[in-house]
Each structure stands twice: as structure tokens, then as C-alpha cells.
Write a protein that binds this ligand. Structure first.
Ligand code: NAG
Ligand code: NAG
Ligand code: NAG
Ligand code: NAG
Ligand code: NAG
Ligand code: NAG
Length: 511
């Protein structure tokens, strides 16, 4: 392993134009040869040479990162493709899935609305004559497919959330729960645990997708029907419902659903978010801080709408990724995707979002696991995040061209009182950070860079210069580098977690 590290590191450094010398001349902040051929920079480019002074307010918490803060999804489209290449019996897949535990797992998406559960072909008692046929043809989920996913979820220990077929509707427009009842009966008979449910997906887009509409007030009535359906089953009586699962751009739908009674039924107000369309494939957007900021505005709007109806209702981002319609090919599954993903985790936690579900574990161009069932860079980033970050979130301020977040470090892996600061340098220049509040403290450093010479488009991620790969289908050790006090220098296009075990932050003292 060691033998292969040096050439990789060298390749990465060369790629970004960093000479070995500049890496070691720590206090010397002149920008390397990539710009200006060694000349001093114009004054307006001050940001390139001046350290970023990071200030963190440890006195109050902006939110709390729980063990279930980050979850994953699989799109119902995967059922339509009979799980494509996803082999649930593969030991490797199970290892990757277990590495994310504890986690929520959502099976849902556009096609969930039009899915029919055909669990026992001999005993289909639902009255199809009353059920509206969606414009887009629906499809069947078989008993075998349902058993497969439930057995997998139980095997790996995921907490399941299932999205019901909201387009099964009666002539009067109300949701018809007959087929859902069949699914619950089948599941209860087999004692499948299902933590939560959703009623359909992105109603605010129904007109485009299904040439139909479901009003917010109808949807609020539908979740009441779902609640009463769940109460028929002791096994699911205590399961939660989240909604309204809006796609996010028609925001008035969100508030109207909550105001029409939805807020009294759902455990969390839920919405979806993507930054841009997958087909656009504009690489620079993945490292653009203006794109990162666009998410903040939407979160503010969602909180405004939620709080105008309910002062305490949690907010979940129940389906989210970089780019919609399956992600950006050759980008959303590469090292570069980590910038938007880690920033989203930082923003979501700082804004008080309780849970977000990453689209997706497998499928499209944004999977944490690729079609060959190997982990993508965002898999490693997600696992590291879950292991390192947990507890109170602190307000950290840095500079416009970088991103800095701070929270308690996970006491499962670090001593009580430890703090983690995570930083993104989405620029093609080196940035130095002055974490003056930790001037004298040792730190554990997890420095994440592209894993090979493909740079931003690398299929791999390196941790402290070592390319991350499974070792005989098991996870490698994900150990930090022990680092001394001082200024923190971040390579171009990198992100870093810094854990301060001696921080003794009072809000991080409780386990
Ligand atoms: C760095 O990025 C700036 C603008 O984003 C660009 O003008 C410059 O050419 C880039 N430098 C290198 C070495 O890629
Ligand atoms: C779904 O199953 C039903 C039987 O319940 C069958 O009539 C129908 O053709 C199936 N639809 C598809 C798309 O396979
Ligand atoms: C059903 O599942 C629950 C929760 O996993 C478990 O506690 C219980 O023992 C199971 N019951 C049966 C009959 O297997
Ligand atoms: C959409 O539905 C309306 C009425 O329900 C119908 O007149 C129209 O043809 C449909 N459009 C498409 C594209 O199916
Ligand atoms: C949210 O509400 C605050 C206070 O009413 C307002 O200042 C802000 O502009 C709103 N933000 C959005 C994105 O709606
Ligand atoms: C974080 O701190 C900055 C600088 O003190 C302040 O402007 C900002 O409002 C704070 N944010 C929150 C959410 O408290």
C-alpha cells in the first residue's frame, strides 16, 4: 500500500501545480507557479495569500446532528428495472450498506406514484374500476421484489421509509388505500419493520409528469387516510409519516399542505432539493460557491413556510443530490461531487434540518455505490461524516471563497468535548486557515483530495494522500493524521475534517 502512495500524491500535486517545495515551506504564502509564473499577485487577489481567519461561536448551537442526520435512498425506478445490477446478496454491497448504519433508507421517487403492488396474483381484490390510470404507464412491484428489499434492509440494519402509490385515486379524487393495505398486510404477516411512510412524490410536478393534479388540501386529507390505514396494523401503528415531498420549486404547495392539516399528521415537513439538471453537465458548477449558496435560500424559504404554520415541526430534506434527472454523467459520481455534498451537509445542519436523504445509495449517476458495486468518492465522504460529526452545530465564519463548518465530534469515536471543523477549498489555489481558537491544540486531520490523476473527475478519493479502496471487500481503516498546532494549509480542490480532541466545548460534553 505504502509503495503506491507516493506516486499518487505526486501526481495529484503535479496536477494542481503544487511543487513539493511549496508544500513544505509552510509559512511562505506566495502563490505557486500556476498563476503569474512566480510574480507577485496584483493586490486585488489578496484572498489568495492572506490566511482565512475562522471564528466559531461555541456559546450556542444552531442545530443538532443526530445519528440519523444523513440517510440514503434508492429510487423506485430501480424496482422498475428489477434492481438493475444491484445484487443484494453480494457481501460487498452488504458491507457498504452496513457502513452507513445507523441510517434511514427511503425507497421512493417519481415512479412510486404509479407503482402497483402485485403481491399475490391469485388474490387481487382491489376494485380497479375506481382507480385513476395515470397518463404515464404504471408498473408492478412483485412479491419477490418486495421481499428482497425488506430482507436486505433487515440484514444490513437500515431503517426503512417507504413511499406509497399516491396516484391510486378514487373517482372523487381521494387516495384509494386498497393496494397499500395489501402491501401492509403482506408485510405485517412477515413482521417487516418499516419505520416510516410517505404519500407519493413531488405533487408540484404532477402536471408535467402525469398530466394530473392533486391539490394541497386533498393531499392533507390523503395523509389522514394513510394515518388511519396504518392504525389498522399494530405493526405500523407507531410508524411515522413525512410529507409533502415537494420537488421544491413550487413552494406555495408546501405551505398550503401544512396549513390544510398536513402539519398535524406528519412527523416532519419534507422537501427535495437539487442544484441543477443532470443533462447540463457543467463541471464548474460543482465548485461554485454561488451554486452552494442557492441551497441556503431554498432552505430559508422552507423554514419560513414551515414556521408560519408550526413553531416546532422538524424539517427533512427527504431526497437530495447534486443534479436531478439521474445526476450529471461522469460528474455526480466523481470526486468533484463531494464539494456540493459536503457543503449541503454543512448548510443543512447549520440551518437546523433534522435529516437529509441522499439520492442515492445506488442508481443513476449519483450513487454512493456504482453500477459495478464499488464505492464512489461520496460514499467515503458520507461514511467519514457519519463517523466524525455528531451533536451540536456551531456558527463558523470564514471567507467568501471557501466554506467552513463546525460541530461536535462524534463521541462514539472521539472523547467528549471534542470539536470538528470541516472546511472546503473549492478553488484552484492553496488556502491557509487560521483557526486561532485552537492555536495550541493538536488535531486529527482527515484531508480529502482526488484519488488519482483524473483530478476533479477522479472515480477515487484519497484520505491523507492514500487512495481509498475496499480491502478484500472490507472497509480500510479510515484513520486521521495526527497533526501539530499551527496554520492549516489546504490544497486546491480539497476538503478536510479537523478534529480537536482537547477542545472541551461545553455543548459537546454530553454524550
Ligand atoms: C484558476 O481559476 C481561474 C478562474 O476560476 C482561472 O482564470 C485560472 O486560469 C485558473 N488557473 C488554473 C491554473 O487553472
Ligand atoms: C401488473 O399485474 C397485473 C395483474 O395483477 C397484470 O394484469 C398487468 O398486466 C401487470 N402490468 C404490468 C405492466 O406488468
Ligand atoms: C417482529 O419484529 C420485532 C421487531 O424487529 C421483533 O421484536 C419481534 O420479535 C418479531 N416477532 C416475530 C414473531 O418474529
Ligand atoms: C391531459 O389531460 C387533459 C384532461 O384531463 C387532456 O385533455 C389532455 O389531452 C391530456 N394531455 C396529455 C398530454 O395527455
Ligand atoms: C424568511 O423570512 C424572513 C423573516 O420574515 C425574511 O427576512 C426572509 O427574506 C425570508 N426568506 C425567504 C427565503 O423567504
Ligand atoms: C454567524 O455569525 C456571523 C458573524 O458573527 C453572523 O453574521 C451570522 O448571523 C451568524 N449566523 C447565525 C445563524 O447565527
Amino acid at each position: 500500500m505504502q509503495v503506491s502512495v507516493a506516486p499518487f500524491l505526486f501526481a495529484i500535486l503535479c496536477l494542481f501545480g503544487i511543487s513539493r517545495a511549496s508544500q513544505h515551506n509552510a509559512p511562505h504564502f506566495s502563490v505557486n507557479n500556476e498563476k503569474g509564473r512566480g510574480r507577485t499577485l496584483p493586490k486585488k487577489d489578496n484572498s489568495l495569500v492572506t490566511p482565512v481567519v475562522v471564528n466559531i461561536n461555541f456559546q450556542q448551537s444552531l442545530g443538532t446532528i443526530t445519528s440519523h442526520f444523513v440517510g440514503v435512498t434508492i429510487d423506485t425506478g430501480a424496482v422498475e428495472h428489477n434492481w438493475a445490477t444491484l445484487d443484494f446478496s453480494s457481501k460487498k454491497v452488504q458491507t457498504l450498506a452496513r457502513a452507513l448504519v445507523p441510517t434511514f433508507f427511503r425507497l421512493g421517487g417519481t415512479s412510486a406514484d404509479a407503482m402497483t403492488y402485485v403481491l399475490d396474483t391469485g388474490r387481487d381484490h382491489s376494485d380497479h374500476s375506481t382507480i385513476m390510470t395515470p397518463a404515464k404507464p404504471g408498473f408492478n412491484m412483485t412479491a419477490e421484489q418486495w421481499v428482497t428489499i425488506n430482507e436486505f434492509v433487515q440484514t444490513v440494519g437500515w431503517d426503512f421509509i417507504f413511499d406509497f402509490n399516491a396516484l391510486k385515486r378514487n373517482a372523487d379524487g381521494s387516495w384509494n388505500p386498497d393496494n397499500a393495505r395489501q402491501l401492509l398486510q403482506f408485510s405485517a404477516d412477515r413482521n417487516y419493520t418499516i419505520a416510516g411512510f410517505e404519500m407519493g412524490n413531488e405533487y408540484d410536478h404532477y402536471n408535467n409528469k402525469y398530466n394530473t393534479t392533486v391539490t394541497p388540501s386533498q393531499l392533507a386529507k390523503d395523509v389522514v387516510s394513510l394515518q388511519s390505514l396504518l392504525s389498522e396494523f399494530p405493526k405500523y401503528y407507531g410508524s411515522f409519516i413525512i410529507g409533502p415531498e415537494t420537488g421544491g420549486i413550487h413552494e406555495e404547495y408546501f405551505q398550503a399542505f401544512l396549513a390544510a392539516g398536513g402539519s398535524k399528521v406528519v412527523r416532519a415537513a419534507s422537501f427535495h432539493h437539487y442544484y441543477f439538471a443532470g443533462a447540463d453537465r457543467i463541471l464548474s458548477r460543482f465548485t461554485d460557491v454561488k451554486i452552494m449558496d442557492s441551497f441556503k435560500l431554498q432552505v430559508d424559504s422552507v423554514f419560513n413556510q414551515t414556521r408560519s404554520v408550526d413553531a416546532l415541526l422538524p424539517v427533512w430534506l427527504s431526497e437530495t443530490s447534486s443534479a436531478y434527472n439521474g445526476g450529471a454523467k461522469g460528474q455526480s459520481d466523481r470526486f468533484v461531487a463531494g464539494f456540493l455534498w459536503l457543503d449541503k451537509l454543512g448548510v443543512a445542519s447549520s440551518k437546523g434540518i433534522q435529516t437529509l436523504l441522499r439520492q442515492d445509495f445506488y442508481g443513476g449517476n449519483y450513487g454512493l455505490v456504482d453500477t459495478d458495486l464499488n464505492p464512489t468518492p461520496d460514499f467515503w465522504l458520507t461514511v467519514l461524516y457519519k463517523r466524525i460529526v455528531r451533536g451540536a452545530v456551531f456558527n463558523a465564519t470564514g471567507r467568501h471563497d471557501v466554506r467552513v463548518y463546525a460541530a461536535c465530534a462524534n463521541t462514539d469515536n472521539f472523547k467528549a468535548g471534542s470539536v470538528v471543523v470541516y472546511m472546503l477549498n473549492p478553488n484552484n489555489y492553496t488556502v491557509t486557515f487560521d483557526l486561532h481558537q485552537f492555536h495550541t491544540q493538536h488535531r486529527d486531520r482527515y484531508s480529502l483530495t482526488a484519488g488519482d490523476q483524473d483530478g476533479l473527475l477522479s472515480k477515487y478519493m484519497a484520505l491523507n494522500g492514500v487512495k481509498l479502496e475496499l480491502v478484500h471487500d472490507a472497509l480500510p481503516h479510515l484513520n486521521p493524521a495526527k497533526a501539530s498546532p499551527g496554520l492549516e494549509k489546504m490544497a486546491p480542490y480539497s476538503y478536510t475534517f479537523l478534529v480537536f480532541p482537547d477542545a472541551r466545548a461545553s455543548l459537546c460534553m454530553q454524550a
